[in-house]
Design a protein around this ligand. Sequence first.
Ligand code: FAD
Length: 456
Amino acid sequence: VAASAAALPGLIPDLDWVTDTSRVARLSQDFAWFSPVLKRQLADKSADIAVRPRTEDELRRVVAACAAANVPITIRGSGTGNYGQAIPLHGGVVLDMSGYNGFCWARNGVGRAQAGIRLAQFDEYARKSGLELRWLPSTFRSATLGGLFGGGFGGAGSITYGPLAAPGNVLGIKVMTVEAEPRILELRGADAMLLHHAYGTNGIVLEVEVALAPVQSWMECVAVFDGFDEAVDFAAAVASGPGMIKKEICLLAAPIPSYMTALADHLPDGCHAVLLVLAESSEPGMLGLLDAFGGRITYRKSAEDVIESRKTLIEFTWNHTTLHAMKIDKSLTYIQSAFDPTRYVQQIKDIHRELDGEVLMHLEFLRTKEGAINCSGLQLIRFSTEERLQELMQMHRDRGVHINNPHVYVVEDGKQGKPNPAVLAKKADFDPQGLLNPGKLRAWEQRATLLAEGAI
Ligand code: FAD
């Protein structure tokens, strides 16, 4: 593979190739180091070469050459994924999509752009039409639209609109196949979603069309509490209160607020903090609940202040919480869990009481794909051994909490759970030689065995 990959720039010399070994190694990394398990497993994995196409024609020529020479392709947006999704296991080419970043249009509550556009940039364009993205991962400044679709979940905004995967959020995609003569296809609705969270294993996404939200004046504040249970009850009440328009509700149990050093002036020692992004018109409703649950506001920025300062609390939520905490305490790692929407508040309180000290509660309130209010836990873990980490995840499962394991790089081992024949069928059609991100889709790697077992 290395030799055929190295020959590519000679075949298509007018493209933006990266051959310098250390730059290629950097472009072969993402945030898998969040996990001590992935850090060990993926150390030293690198592509042989990288390329940054800027047009559909450039993309088509690279892909055709890779197909002809049987060179693996790992697609990269900005490399902010944290499960090693964008790390090539078998060398080949990193297809850096960041140069393919045009905004197409926004109208009638819908927007469309090329996959390499940064989400912040997309939002800026959409705002000109009075619209905004329904979800912003906390990495919105650098993460790309294609990367969010290929490897992400949701983020700020998911409390109203659920994850990307909720029907009606992503409307369509344009895809390029990996063949000697690449085809370009438009997939709509559920068909498009067969490429969502598939880590770029079953097609190259060129454009994504998404439903948008009306622009709001988003104010931001931090509410602090002495008691954990009161903080959870308050956050849950805001989350489920139908009269309040909200974008983000994040709960950080003590001592997590102490890791958010940039907010230190607003986070008293030992507090449990709730970070909120709300429509300004919803602030009085939230303050009424705050009073009822005995909390107080220590930080408040109007929508205008937020825009002027170009700073947002969103960059302390979701996996930015993990990032800030790991900067202060290198022994920390994290898990991802989905509670049971019918009893999530009780599950959270019970697990907090039982495991506090080793499992630090970080909760992101959201609506599930089906519309129920729930929490995604991004609990911080004081890491001791890989065995103990597995044990802690099992303890959650035993208590009826679903674990989306962030310490695995195979599609099916994370959120998807089991091989999906429809995802596999897309790969067979769009990537018949198996060149896209090889090693990440179990259904493809083990298709003969799985077929024989009747598992797919
Ligand atoms: P990459 O990491 O480059 O790629 C992600 C996956 O998608 C890879 O498998 C890649 O091969 C594939 N891919 C990329 N582009 C394409 C394409 N055009 N066609 C097909 N496949 C493609 N995620 C959330 O959902 N919500 C959060 O709030 C959030 N917060 C985070 C905070 C931190 C600090 C970190 C490190 C990560 C966080 N993430 C979050 C994960 C990640 O940032 C997001 O999912 C992000 O949207 C990924 O975008 P990216 O451009 O960096 O993708």
